[in-house]
Design a protein around this ligand. Structure first.
Ligand code: EPU
Length: 446
């Protein structure tokens, strides 16, 4: 196995690898889906809510979970990781402030806000900046913590929060202009578990990752009801204890392999999935003429290309709607599907960086005002391309697998943030992919 990242005492070095993909080889066989990155991140953060050990299994070995583990260590927790299981113990006296150096690498570190406030009643967290997929404000996170009685100010680029007498439960409406917020709901839930009294979250995010976090917190002794619905009720408790938890399967990794199967395979068996979590993606593939068959338990799905693929439409929406994290991958499929397809991202309207790279491979895509209009072409051709964010990179890998000739995908570290051993898994399915050191990387980064 090739590791994407390596640790030094204080820094996580970014991998300078690129992926060379020889296109046109059909995938076949079986693939196992890893644990969810987006469920793991808040669950790892929530581990500091107790001084007792917690044991979390199926945490994917990706750089985002590595960043989170490194921040937890810097806060003073002891962390051990082996074979997908992470054991964390956070003694009294852990720090209430995280360093900018760590937080700037991963926007999701904002989900430390809730647990640090709940445990320490104060928190200094550098404000995460925007990122390539959009502005990414944190106003709803701040509003939530203020509603629980914390004083919040911004100083030196940090959010500085204090609630000397502890947090106090109340009713908070978490709906923003673009709908509910996933990590905002997580933060409020984590802050409220140790608050005095009852907190009611209105317009809560319903994503499976929120439900997994609530299940984890309840195993620690929290009293949370209604996770997965629009209203979550949290009865504050005095103390939480250690527990064991297994993270849910990564629905976006599953969706990515489903799209790969529909684009360039003789049929793929995709194991360790949860049918309910990937139903919107399965429905769209079926609408577009592809074959999708679940087993009886809904934990395994077989996908193969349909005989007459059809164009389709995506309007991204909060769960159970079509996820924004899966629109780039479907755009790669639409690029090779006869007819005109339309992708509108209502959650991150700027999330179309992959389109210009797909066009360099021969795709016909116009992007305007948060919408991509894709006219299917007969074939794509390999080219050197640049990954820009996690899901955009996944779209480029899928396009490269289906393209004629060789594609070089630079800035592979974007993929390493969220896909566990993607190159290894693809190789096992018969893809010709090779991860190599990108000797041009420095010039490209400049
Ligand atoms: N928003 C606000 N104010 C806030 C927070 C969010 O206006 O304070 C807006 C956002 O700008 C966006 C919408 O609300 O328009 C929803 O964003 P959300 O807060 O739900 O995003 P998030 O919680 O920061 C998580 C995932 C993202 C995924 C989004 C949407 C994690 C670690 N990240 O982010 O995953 O796209 O939910 O489902 O769970 C990815 O994995 O590639 C990824 C980007």
């Amino acid at each position: 196995m090739v590791h994407s990242t390596c640790y030094t005492k204080h820094h996580l070095l970014i991998s300078m690898d690129k992926l060379i993909v020889e296109g046109g080889y059909k995938l076949s066989g079986t693939v196992n889906i890893s644990g969810s990155k987006n469920a793991s991140l808040p669950i790892l953060a929530a581990s500091i809510l107790t001084d007792e050990p917690v044991r979390i299994s199926r945490v994917p070995d990706v750089s985002d979970t590595n960043y989170m583990i490194q921040i937890l260590s810097q806060l003073g927790a002891s962390v051990e990781r082996s074979s997908g299981t992470v054991r964390i113990e956070s003694p009294d006296g852990i720090s209430s402030s995280a360093s900018y150096d760590q937080v700037r690498k991963m926007r999701a570190s904002i989900c430390l806000l809730g647990p640090i406030m709940a445990r320490m009643h104060r928190c200094t967290l550098p404000l995460p900046g925007g990122c390539v997929i959009g502005d990414r404000p944190v106003d709803l996170h701040v509003r939530a913590i203020q509603a629980l009685g914390a004083r919040v100010r911004i100083k030196g680029g940090n959010l500085v929060m204090e609630a000397p007498n502890g947090l106090i439960g109340t009713t908070v409406d978490m709906r923003g202009d673009s709908g509910p917020t996933v990590l905002g709901t997580d933060n409020l839930m984590m802050a409220a578990v140790l608050a005095k009294g009852t907190t009611i979250i209105e317009s809560a995010a319903r994503e499976p990752e929120v439900v997994d976090l609530a299940n984890f917190l309840n195993k620690m002794g929290a009293r949370i009801e209604g996770a997965g619905s629009r209203t979550i009720t949290i009865h504050g408790v005095e103390k939480l204890h250690g527990c064991e938890h297994t993270v849910i399967p990564d629905r976006i990794e599953a969706g990515t392999f489903m799209v790969a199967a529909a684009m360039v395979s003789d049929g793929l068996q995709i194991n360790r999935v949860c049918r309910k979590h990937i139903q919107a993606m399965a429905d769209l593939l079926v609408e577009c003429g592809h074959v999708v068959e679940f087993d009886e338990e809904g934990t395994s799905v077989f996908v193969k290309p349909g005989e007459r693929p059809r164009s389709g439409k995506i309007l991204t929406a909060p769960y159970p709607g079509y996820p924004t994290d899966m629109q780039a991958q479907m755009t790669a499929l639409f690029a090779l599907t006869p007819g005109i397809s339309v992708v509108k991202d209502t959650i991150f309207p700027q999330r179309f960086m992959h389109c210009s790279e797909l066009k360099r491979m021969g795709a016909n895509i116009k992007v305007d005002n948060g919408t991509a209009i894709i006219t299917g072409v007969e074939g794509l051709s390999g080219a050197p391309v640049m990954a820009s964010d996690l899901r955009a990179s996944a779209a480029l890998v899928l396009a490269a697998l289906a393209a004629e000739g060789t594609t070089e995908i630079h800035r592979l570290y974007h993929i390493d943030r969220g896909y566990e051993m993607l190159d290894e898994k693809l190789m096992m399915l018969g893809a010709r992919v090779q991860r190599v050191l990108d000797t041009d990387a420095r010039n490209i980064e400049d």
